[in-house]
Design a protein. Sequence first.
Length: 301
Amino acid sequence: MIRKTQVHLIHCQLAIKPMKKELILCIDIGGTHITSAVVDRDAMQLVDRSFCYQPVDSQGSRQAILADWDQAIQQSLASINKPLEAMMIAIPGPFDYTQGICLMDGMHKYQSLLHLDVKSYLAVTYGIPKSAIFFFNDAHAFLLGEIYHQHWFAKRVVGLTLGTGLGSAWYDKSQLKDLNYGSASFREGIAEDYISTRGLLGFLAGKSNRSFANVRELVEDEAAATEQKLAFDFLREALREFIQAYILPLEPDAIVIGGSIAKAERFFLAQLQAEVPIPIQLASMDEKNIFYGMAASLPNS
């Protein structure tokens, strides 16, 4: 069973040919940061000096979070002297992606933004019409980027993002769907309770007297071989069980995985692939592809 949530099913024809010159501000909001850049759709490349990375305390106050967002956005906009055609934002759910309203409640991130009309905030702050502001589920945007990068336009692909949460999306020959399998019933809770940073570190806390602030700290600790094996065996087993229950029935051509935990693929991916009958592809790990995928999905004006 999957918790009731907003599921998007859209038809998306990714653009692969040059088009009328348009400047698109693309934003990727994660659990710990925001990145932004301006995409020139004529050349399908980032405008020089427009890329910005800004850490964000997603458990901070509304004012502090918006200040961090604004810092990144303003830096990106400082690189251009022409008006934007559109603003495209990837953001985790729960979120009303049509109206642009934050619905994250009890998700360990962005609690202070609950019920904020983000679309109106951006429209007023940056003078952009609401009709030119588009929101994407973060897993959805990730998959758009990988489809564009890999030229998988005729494929059936599941995208999984492993990080502060578990994102999942489905692409089927120009049709995109947010799966929301992070909220799917799994073991004693939901999938995201196990396949996520808190799931992995929570399991490890019960098995070791050592503690780690994040997965990166665990991976980079040369004295943590025992903890690394425990944690990533746990993750691999959970992923195998999850894929068997929820992904195999979709019969995809491939699974592509990204997110911060996927960067530690050397600890689990090869063995997981040996246990799963569908090719598993590591993502490009290039955030620019998320921007290109979102920008390419905007209909030509």
